[in-house]
Ligand binder design. Structure first.
Ligand SMILES: N[C@@H](CCC(=O)N[C@@H](CS)C(=O)NCC(=O)O)C(=O)O
Length: 213
């Protein structure tokens, strides 16, 4: 592989999704991480906006000047590079289930906890958070807790979020729980299956080593 540049904030929950996917695929050494400092608002500056119009991380540059945003798209790309997509599904049925659960992980857990961070807390600070709506943030926090219960109900009957094997959908729920833990939002203790699953996920090498490059 000749050129992969990851515009990155390594401790961020969304970049963690790509870092974990790279770990699962054994591709960390193929990627150069370019630090973009969220705390100073570097991701909202014109130079970065030409790479990703939404001013969010991560972004993967797959050829000079060709920038891929959105964790799901980036994960699809890196998972298919070797022709053996272990994270995003091989058969039409696997792909459909993984993408359904991955999207639900974004909608019900990761995106709401992110909105809580940006609206219900000081977020990245007043120089970056130019519009905040605290009530909306708190509403999204409650949504994310409901999301935890939703995934707990699935995990009572199956070992992974999309069924019998680890996939991109697990990675996205992990991203949501990394975000929750950064914000000191606990997983409700009655979500026993989710807690057991998360303990297993935290033992995976790709989780443990996600900051190692
Ligand atoms: N839908 C995007 C969301 C990415 C995202 O929100 N990334 C966070 C990093 S943890 C970010 O850049 N937040 C900064 C901001 O929204 O100002 C994706 O899946 O890549």
């Amino acid at each position: 592989m000749s050129f992969l540049k990851l515009y990155d904030y390594p401790r961020g929950p969304y970049p963690a999704r790509v870092r974990i996917a790279l770990g699962e695929k054994g591709l960390q050494s193929q990627v150069e991480s370019v630090f973009v400092d969220l705390r100073t608002g570097a991701h909202k500056k014109p130079d970065f906006l030409t790479k990703n119009y939404s001013g969010t991380l991560p972004v993967l540059e797959i050829e000079p000047g060709l920038f891929i945003g959105e964790c799901t798209a980036i994960t699809e790309y890196i998972d298919n590079l070797d022709g053996n997509p272990i994270l995003t599904g091989k058969s039409p049925k696997e792909k459909a289930i993984i993408h359904m659960m991955n999207r639900r992980a974004e909608i019900e857990l990761l995106d709401p906890i992110s909105v809580y961070f940006h609206h219900g807390t000081p977020g990245l600070g007043p120089h970056v958070e130019i519009y905040q709506n605290k009530e909306w943030g708190l509403h999204q926090l409650a949504k994310s807790i409901k999301g935890m219960h939703y995934f707990d109900s699935f995990l009572k009957g199956q070992p992974y979020v999309a069924g019998q094997s680890f996939s991109m959908a697990d990675i996205t729920v992990i991203g949501g729980l990394i975000f929750a833990s950064l914000l000191k939002v606990p997983i409700p203790e009655e979500c026993e299956a989710l807690l057991e699953w998360y303990a297993r996920m935290q033992n995976r090498a790709s989780f443990i080593n996600r900051l190692d490059f």
